[in-house]
Ligand binder design. Structure first.
Ligand code: DC
Length: 223
């Protein structure tokens, strides 16, 4: 392939995006970028600085301040804000509850789009996961995947990842986020043109990784 490979993986929370994306990147020797972690890091910074996350103008006014840096090793991805490691803090309930409203603010999306494109443009191929990767961030990606799964399966996976006992509450929280993510005006969660949908409900992680790796091989054979 002439330009470095970009694999765009979009989908809802708990559809298996992160594990699949990291697995594909590891198997193919590519870098990995978790754009959800960047939105979470921005949200963490807003909460930390007392910004009202339900006031879009207040969020917009400060969104160029945090310095968000993503490490792209699929076996050990990192995320820092102003030099502080926030990998654990960005998965807490306060950030879970605030990340969708922060993500609807167009200035936040524009700022993070700029950072995402900088990371994507450096050093070789990459697997990028998020909600608008195939539709907005890299619309010409040669491989675009849309992962979905039934809500029950998604809630069980998320609760297990987060060590949460209450699967029903996790289900409510992720369905509420889906609704905001799909309904927002700027870059909503949609299946991008040219994306291949994979329902992960009945599949193991290894199977889903294998399906995506096969799509990459197909795309490479066509060029
Ligand atoms: O993938 P995740 O659950 O960590 O993402 C957290 C939130 O970030 C999600 O609810 C919506 C937002 N997000 C987004 O708007 N666009 C992206 N490309 C990635 C995440």
């Amino acid at each position: 392939m002439s330009s470095p490979l970009v694999v765009a993986i979009d989908g809802t929370s708990g559809s298996g995006k992160s594990s699949t994306s990291r697995g594909v990147a590891d198997r193919l020797g590519l870098r990995y970028l978790d754009t959800g972690a960047m939105f979470r890091a921005m949200t963490w910074w807003m909460l930390r600085h007392g910004v009202d996350v339900h006031d879009p103008a207040a969020v917009a006014a400060r969104c160029t301040e945090p310095r968000i840096v993503s490490g792209t090793d699929p076996l050990a991805p990192t995320i820092t804000v102003d030099g502080a490691d926030v990998a654990v803090a960005i998965r807490q309930d306060d950030v879970n509850a605030a990340v969708s409203p922060v993500s609807t603010v167009p200035e936040v999306r524009a700022r993070l789009l700029e950072l995402q494109r900088e990371v994507i443009a450096t050093d070789g191929g990459i697997v990028v996961e998020g909600r608008d990767i195939g539709s907005v961030v890299v619309p010409d990606a040669p491989v675009k995947v849309y992962l979905s799964a039934e809500p029950g399966a998604r809630a069980e996976r998320r609760a297990a990842e987060q060590g949460a006992a209450d699967v029903a509450a996790t289900r409510e929280s992720l369905l509420a986020r889906d609704q905001i993510d799909s309904g927002r005006a700027t870059a909503p969660l949609v299946m991008a043109d040219g994306a291949v949908q994979i329902d992960t409900t009945g599949h193991t992680l290894d199977e889903v990784i294998g399906l995506v790796v096969a799509l990459v091989a197909d795309a490479e054979a066509r060029t």
